[in-house]
Each structure stands twice: as C-alpha cells, then as structure tokens.
Ligand binder design. Sequence first.
Ligand SMILES: [Ca+2]
Ligand SMILES: [Ca+2]
Length: 349
Amino acid sequence: MKRVGLVLVALLMLGTASNASNTWVGGASGDWSNPANWSTATQPSSSETAVINNAVVTADVPAAFGQLILSNVANSNATLLVNNPSVTLVIAKSSTEDVSGAYADPAIGTLDLRAGSVRVYNTSGTNGEYRLSHSYTATCQGTIKLSGVGILDLDVLSKGDKAAVNSTFVGTGGTLIIRNQINKFGLVSGGYSGFHLGSSLLAPGGIGTVGAQIGVGLSQNTDFFADTGTLEFDIASATSYDQIKGRGTCDLTDGAALSVQFLAGYTPAAQASWDLWVPYDANSSGAGIPTLRVPTGYNAGDFSLAWLDMVSDPNGWADTLRLTYVPEPAALVMLVGGLGWLLIRRKAA
Ligand SMILES: [Ca+2]
Ligand SMILES: [Ca+2]
C-alpha cells in the first residue's frame, strides 16, 4: 500500500515536471526578492514552479510565477508569508495541475496571508485551484491562514481528494474571493466534509462584481459553516446577482452576517427577490438567519430574509435563502410619521 502511495506521489511530481522548478535555497527564512535565495539565482519566473521546503519565506515584492508548492519533500515545513499590502502574488498555472500547500508525507505547507493579495489563475484566463494537499495521511497538512487585509482570490479551493488528509482553512479576517467552488474541504473523511469560514469575508466573484454562481462542494458534498464570517453579495438587477449554490448543508447560526450591495444604477422594484444561497439540503433547524446588512440608503426593515423549501426532499428541509425587498408604502411611512408628530405635540402641550 505504501509502495503504491510512493509511486503515485512520484507520478504526481512527474505531472508537474513540465514546469521548471525554482527551489528556495535561502535557509530557514528570508525574502522572496533576494535572487540568491533561489536555486536558479533569480526569482521564480512566470513559467516556473516555486518550491519552498523548510523555510519561512516572506513575499516582499509583487511576483508572478507559474505554480507554488509548499513542501514537496518529506519532513518539510514551509510557510509563505504575505504581510505587505502592496504585494500581489499572481500564481498562473500552466496546466490543470493545481497549486498545492503540501505534497510529500509528512509535510506541512502554509500560506499565511495577512495583507496584500494572492491570486491563482490558470493560463486560460480564469483562476486556478488551490489544493491544500495531495498526500494520503494526516501528517501531510496544507493550511491557509487568512487574516488582516489579505485577499485570496481563487477559482477553486479544495482540501484535496484524499480523505485522510488533514487540511485547514483558518480565517480570522481578510477576504476570500471564490469564483467557482469550495470543494472537498475539511477535516472529516468520507462523502461529507466541512468548510469553516471563520471570521473572514467571503465574496463570490469579488467585491463590486457579480460573479458566476459559485458552489460549495458542487462535485462532492461539503458542509459549509459560516461561523462569524460575512457573506457579501453583489446585486446588479433582478436576475443578475451573486449566488452560492451548494451540495451539502449550510450553517449560518453562529453569528454570520449577510451583506448586500446594489451595484451602481440599480434600484429594486418592490417585491424584488434574490435567491442568494441555494444549498443542496440546508437543514432548516441549522440554517439560521444571518444578520443582514443592507445597502447604504436602505433600511434593514425594508427587506425580509427567509429560508424556503423549494425542492422536495424526505426531510422537508429548507433549501433556498431568499432576500425580498418589501419597502413600507410611502403613505404608511407618512401616516406613522404624522402620528408620531401628533404624539410629540400632545406630550409637549
Ligand atoms: Ca461579488
Ligand atoms: Ca428541500
């Protein structure tokens, strides 16, 4: 079994051989920008795979390179630290091979994103996948730490397709932009796993941009836990808006906030509605209603947020979180306001 694993790991490594590697040789810690820290004596180029083992590397300059592998040898522990708002790392994949936090077993790779941004694209122009691990056991751990004002912009974020792999997303701030899906994520093996947003902000398609419908676990069940994070939805019209689709349950009970933005030029008609979250089978008892933050100039009382059971299932679980614009009629507002004024007058008299 172990031999099979080794062969597969070797094949996986061969799979990335099409990209030349540029390996960190800068010792236990150092700056990305120092040419002497890299095996080719230059920073990784757009066609190269940056490989970091047994080091804490600080990304101190903007950089664009082909792939990123944190820890592809045994007993390796690598961290790529981004802690500078002016630094953007653009990781452009040259193939369907993914960006990986950890390859070999045991190995730990960590992307520690505190400021600046990391974008993972593939060469077809769309973003790429950040897969936290390829290996087989929990001793191989890929981790993303997102905090501060860091921005992580991905097409796909996945744990990796090996059930036992111990991979973690730790969100204590920052913005997570997902353009396609969060998939096969979490610590739990088997068909279901769980993604915890923590206290980060999740922005489908980016802030101020209506993305394609993004999915959580579309190809494999992933239970989604919003925790105390913020889900930010942009709405451009009655039919064009951010939407999250899921395959798994979702839990919005722990203090999550749902922030809605209307894009420039859009004023909703009364009774306009948007199905913002459409999970495969939200457990109605656990789905919760997040705190709603409405666009500037609107009142929270002019919106309703409700779980609906739109797709029949044996449990009768709600599956659609629908936001509806229900402004109070102007005449009623004036009447209530007038009554208030009368009461004030009467008290004053
Ligand atoms: Ca958006
Ligand atoms: Ca249902």
